[in-house]
Ligand binder design. Structure first.
Ligand code: ZN
Length: 126
């Protein structure tokens, strides 16, 4: 029978790690004593990254691209930044492209609102 090897680290609650160990060790990369510095550095960079994302996100009043509202906000930011640039053919092309994206976003937002309204109506009639 082939048994898959597991990291021998145990968490404070006694649960085993269950991650596959490094090829020439008993621990996974996260728990390997030889990789402590590497793991700490990755955690530190991850923390810095999250902090930076949160700062930028609040500076631009932008949440995420998962909603029409978020997408609309990004298009607004891009339009304002582009408008602030010196007039040029490429600025006008960028603005025309952003207008197309904005139109599409408005359409999707409108369809979303109509579907939500229809769903509400369907709930009432049940
Ligand atoms: Zn582990």
């Amino acid at each position: 029978m082939v048994t898959s090897r597991q990291c021998i680290f145990r968490f404070a609650n006694g649960e085993p790690c269950r991650a596959p160990p490094l090829r020439d060790g008993e621990f996974c990369r996260m728990h390997s004593p030889e990789h402590i510095r590497e793991v700490q550095e990755a955690r530190r960079l991850g923390g810095l990254r999250r902090k930076r994302e949160s700062t930028i996100s609040s500076a631009y009043q932008f949440d995420s691209l998962t909603s029409v509202e978020g997408i609309r906000r990004i298009v607004e930011v891009a339009v304002l930044d582009t408008l602030a640039m010196e007039n040029s053919l490429s600025r006008n092309r960028t603005l025309a492209y952003l207008v197309q994206v904005a139109l599409h976003t408005l359409e999707v937002g409108d369809i979303e609102a109509r579907i939500a309204a229809l769903e509400e109506l369907a709930k009432v009639k049940k």
